[in-house]
Design a protein around this ligand. Structure first.
Ligand code: PMP
Length: 401
């Protein structure tokens, strides 16, 4: 008997996965030769499963500013933001973020996960109601578990269902906080921001938008889905991460609410964890500048996204609803998905294997993603490799008649 016995069913599913030759949770990149080329077990792979949307991880200016900060400030801060963990870089990055989003205030967190955990658990108090999209990221669900508020899930990306559920709450005291994502992390679909913002306006709710996958990707200036839909004024809080388009790590929240800074002394996942190392902060700040200086990266990303989506769609794969940096291939069951994933890796293409319950509608997915750093030839190679294996496994729609 052991305290770990309760994980036995999970252990069995994991063992079955490994029997199929797939251990997606144990992939180790032994070298990264560029934002999209790596080696795994000494073999070269093309990386089509990252969140490095603008391909900035090797930007020389970002790397240099990180090295300089490492030399100047040392390896880490060894303390939280409200103790000894606030350095010039942290406040400077907050000013730059607020400026970029055209907002009054910004707060930087140690990860995007913690940004959601902090904002959601703190904003939604005991008498309030949280309205979460059913396909929300784990950090949003975990934030809601840490909150004392009532939690209501609405149908994925369905503003009518959201409005219906809000109407049912009429007369009940407390605030309502709606949480949506700009681009959803598994299927890559965009939030119906304009309609959601309208529901928010009509019901007097507060809106938090997690632009984790849409920062640097959507909107004329890369501010995300709210910018693209022209509803930034309705997004009371914008949360995001530095670990995707900005190629670093960390999270943030920006807002125009005048009393925003009070959150610094009541958000526990902000107060009780060490702050980001100054080298990361410097890298991210330079990344933000690089993103603004190079809007063409966004165009290249979208061109690559369309190329991958159109190629896989023409081959007969069942994909997520729209082209974007995340292109997910839907597969019938876990065994096929695991076999497919392993074969792809053997052919030198790395993608993410996403399995239920982490996927919408309990379908296993090969979650592929493109970056601005992929060449046409690399995208075409990924399409050809997926198509060859997909045909052999009989998962192309054309195979099914
Ligand atoms: N929000 C969403 C929608 C995400 O997909 C993720 C990470 N995959 C996060 C938040 C957390 O970001 P981080 O990796 O910076 O903790």
């Amino acid at each position: 008997m052991s305290i770990l016995d309760k994980f036995a069913p999970l252990g069995q599913s994991y063992a079955q996965l490994r029997e199929l030759g797939a251990d997606p949770f144990a992939v180790t990149f032994d070298s990264m030769r560029s934002p999209v080329e790596a080696t795994i077990d000494g073999r070269p792979v093309l990386v089509f499963g990252s969140n490095n949307y603008l391909g900035l991880t090797f930007d020389p200016r970002m790397v240099e500013s990180g090295i300089e900060a490492l030399r100047t400030y040392g390896a880490g801060t060894t303390g939280s933001r409200i103790a000894n963990g606030t350095y010039l870089g942290h406040t400077s990055l907050e000013h730059k973020l607020a400026e970029f989003f055209g907002r009054r205030s910004a707060m930087v967190f140690t990860t995007g996960y913690q940004a959601n955990l902090a904002m959601i658990s703190t904003l939604a108090g005991r008498d309030d109601v949280l309205l979460l999209d059913a396909d929300s990221h784990a950090s949003i669900y975990d934030g809601s578990r840490l909150s004392a508020a009532q939690v209501i899930r609405f149908r994925h990306n369905d503003p009518d269902d959201l409005a219906r559920r809000l109407r049912r709450l009429e007369g009940q005291p407390g605030d309502r906080l709606i949480v949506v994502e700009g681009i959803y992390s598994m299927l890559g679909d965009r939030a119906r921001m304009a309609e959601i913002a309208q529901v928010k306006r009509e019901t007097g709710a507060t809106l938090l938008v997690d632009e984790a996958h849409s920062l640097g990707v959507l909107g004329a200036n890369g501010r995300g889905a709210a910018e693209e839909a022209g509803v930034e004024d309705d997004a009371d809080f914008v949360v995001g991460t530095f670990s995707k388009s900005l190629g670093g790590i960390g999270g943030f929240c920006v807002s125009n609410l005048p009393d925003f800074d009070i959150l610094r002394v009541c958000c526990r996942p902000y107060m009780f964890t060490a702050s980001l190392p100054p080298s990361v902060v410097a890298t991210v700040q330079r990344g933000l500048e690089r993103m603004v200086e190079q809007p063409e990266l966004r165009q290249t990303l979208h061109r690559n996204a369309h190329r991958l989506y159109d190629g896989l769609s023409a081959a007969g794969f069942i994909l997520g609803p729209e082209p974007g940096p995340i292109v997910s291939v839907r597969l019938p069951d876990v065994a096929v998905a695991a076999t497919f994933w392993t074969a792809l890796l053997q052919e030198g293409v790395y993608v993410n294997l996403a399995l239920p319950p982490a996927t919408p509608d309990s379908h296993p997915l090969l979650r592929t993603s493109v970056t601005a750093a992929h060449t046409d030839a690399q995208v075409d190679r990924a399409i050809a490799t997926l198509t060859k294996i997909g045909a052999a496994l009989g998962v192309l729609e054309t195979n099914n008649g």
